[in-house]
Design a protein around this ligand. Structure first.
Ligand SMILES: O=C(O)CCC(=O)C(=O)O
Ligand SMILES: [Fe+2]
Length: 360
């Protein structure tokens, strides 16, 4: 194994907020055990997730049956799709990406005070890891900045002065736009499930858990040995992801990894665990991961929309019948979060803890 690969000229060294030296594959426990490595040669890049044009489903038009059908099919088959002509101005996305890039380009000392391994800290930089057999922690080749959508000033006041105005302006506009996109998508997904248009939105409640996660993936000298984010499903209900020009996201389809190409002015939408439960397993919250590359840094912004913490989540009544008995028990979303944070890097499927036994 050659760990001495030359780092390309474009690659600036990156230092994680919690470390004292720049990132390198060798000494810092980034090397994954063989079975967990990305295996790039086996990834399919020919077929990918559907791309859906939303231009006919804007607020003042009645929802198009064709769009609803495409979304429903994508939800059943992939749990993932991209949307174009979604109505979010390009400039708003561009400003968000710029602000994130500048945030991670701050010297590591300036991010360090906000770095934390404590998940109860609502605003923090973090470095995900995978806990492997024997308890060893293998770090992901990425750094993330996690914070709530609102109130944004509580997040901004913790950031270094020089980034505050840019991040506040970019995020305020971005969250407003993504909020309306999420509501629109939840409407289309509800209709696709045969429910009233406002059903999912109402189920998620009046104080939805809305969190943002900016992800930064520095170039990696040996992308075969590391992972930007190891495989996971998202714990919320719906995720809207904006990615920079460099691809890296991969989605699991029938046990194989497929890569999600960068599509200009598109968002990647994925169903998360709570929609899997609410839809009684009809729509899947699918495993995905982010791989690294040795040429360019990659940035993404994940906007998570989930239930109110106190809300009860369980299969929606009208989706349960004799043929489709409930697959999950009802639980409070706070209970699910508790289970999630107990897993501590082991990446087991939290929703399984709420599954009901199959009596057939
Ligand atoms: O960066 C990506 O493409 C994936 C990010 C992601 O899966 C997440 O933040 O949950
Ligand atoms: Fe994710």
């Amino acid at each position: 194994m050659n760990l001495d690969l030359k780092i390309s000229n474009k690659m600036k060294s990156f230092q994680l907020a919690n470390e004292s030296s720049p990132l390198s594959v060798t000494p810092n426990n980034f090397i994954l055990p063989e079975s967990k490595r990305p295996n790039h040669s086996e990834v399919k890049s020919l077929d990918s997730i559907p791309i859906i044009d939303l231009s006919y489903s804007h607020d003042n038009n009645p929802p198009s049956l064709e769009v609803i059908h495409k979304i429903s099919k994508a939800c059943e088959e992939f749990g993932f799709f991209q949307v174009v002509n979604h109505g979010v101005p390009e400039q708003v996305c561009h400003k968000m990406m710029k602000a994130i890039t500048n945030l991670f380009e701050l010297p590591s000392e300036e991010r360090e005070s906000l770095y934390s391994t404590d998940h109860t800290k609502s605003v923090r930089f973090l470095n995900y890891y995978l806990k492997v057999e024997g308890g060893e922690k293998i770090k992901c080749w990425s750094e993330c900045f996690s914070h709530p959508w609102y109130p944004i000033d509580d997040t901004i006041s913790l950031l270094p002065e020089k980034i505050r105005t840019q991040y506040r302006e970019a995020f305020t506009e971005y969250a407003k736009e993504i909020g309306s996109l999420v509501r629109r998508l939840l409407g289309l997904i509800s209709i696709g499930l045969g429910l009233e248009e406002d059903c999912l939105l109402k189920k998620l409640g009046e104080q939805p858990r809305q969190r943002a996660q900016a992800n930064f993936y520095p170039p990696c000298p040996d992308p075969e040995l590391t992972m930007g984010l190891t495989e996971h499903t998202d714990l919320n209900a719906l995720t809207v992801l904006l990615q920079s020009e460099v691809s890296g996201l991969q989605v699991n389809k029938d046990g194989k990894w497929i890569s999600v190409p960068f599509v200009p002015n598109a968002f990647v939408i994925n169903l998360a665990d709570q929609i899997q439960v609410l839809s009684n397993g009809r729509y899947k919250s699918v495993l995905h991961r982010a791989v690294t590359n040795n040429v360019s840094q990659r940035v993404s912004m994940a906007m998570f929309y989930g239930p109110s913490v106190d809300n009860t989540v369980g299969p929606i009544q009208v989706l349960i019948d004799e043929e489709h008995p409930p697959k999950y028990r009802n639980y409070r979303f706070s209970e699910f979060l508790e289970e999630f944070f107990k897993q501590e890097g082991r990446r087991r499927m939290v929703k399984e803890a709420f599954e009901l036994p199959n009596e057939n």
